[in-house]
Design a protein. Structure first.
Length: 159
């Protein structure tokens, strides 16, 4: 009888251990918060589309409108080795700018696994009237850091 009771007790203990192990394993698997590749690509496409809309607005409605529309409240720009900090300062910087156009397109887009920060870089063309009244252009590489806002939109925080 003792032997039978001992075997039943061992089976019950094994069942408990199996249950605990299985429950722990399933819990740990469910804690994996790493996004899948589809989610990462969705975020990248959101940023790419936002960057394209930003460039389109700059070309159609002007640089001032585009930069104040797509900037986060705490955005920063670096222009001529000077930091322009905050949306109000960005507004003041671009309000009287004498430019003819700005266009760009991202060559590369990436996003953090958390889905709240991303960055782009690519080539830009900046057209302006020089001091002699002649149309001139400057080309270069841009780099923009994007942050997802609480409303789900992407706004740049660094340009």
């Amino acid at each position: 009888m003792w032997l039978l009771h001992s075997k039943i007790s061992k089976v019950q203990n094994m069942n408990k251990l199996t249950f605990i192990f299985t429950s722990t394993f399933l819990f740990l698997i469910s804690c994996n918060t790493k996004p899948d590749k589809i989610q990462i690509e969705t975020w990248k496409n959101e940023i790419r589309e936002t960057e394209q809309n930003f460039s389109k607005m700059a070309g159609e409605e002007g640089i001032h409108k585009a930069f104040t529309t797509f900037a986060a409240e705490d955005a920063m720009l670096m222009r001529n080795n000077k930091i322009i900090e905050g949306l109000k300062s960005i507004d003041e910087h671009y309000i009287n700018q004498n430019s003819k156009g700005l266009s760009w397109s991202p060559d590369f887009v990436d996003v953090a696994a958390s889905g709240d920060l991303g960055y782009t870089y690519g080539h830009y063309i900046f057209s302006y009237i020089d001091s002699t009244g002649k149309l001139d252009a400057d080309t270069g590489i841009f780099h923009t850091v994007w942050k997802k806002q609480s409303d789900g939109t992407w706004r740049f925080v660094w340009d």
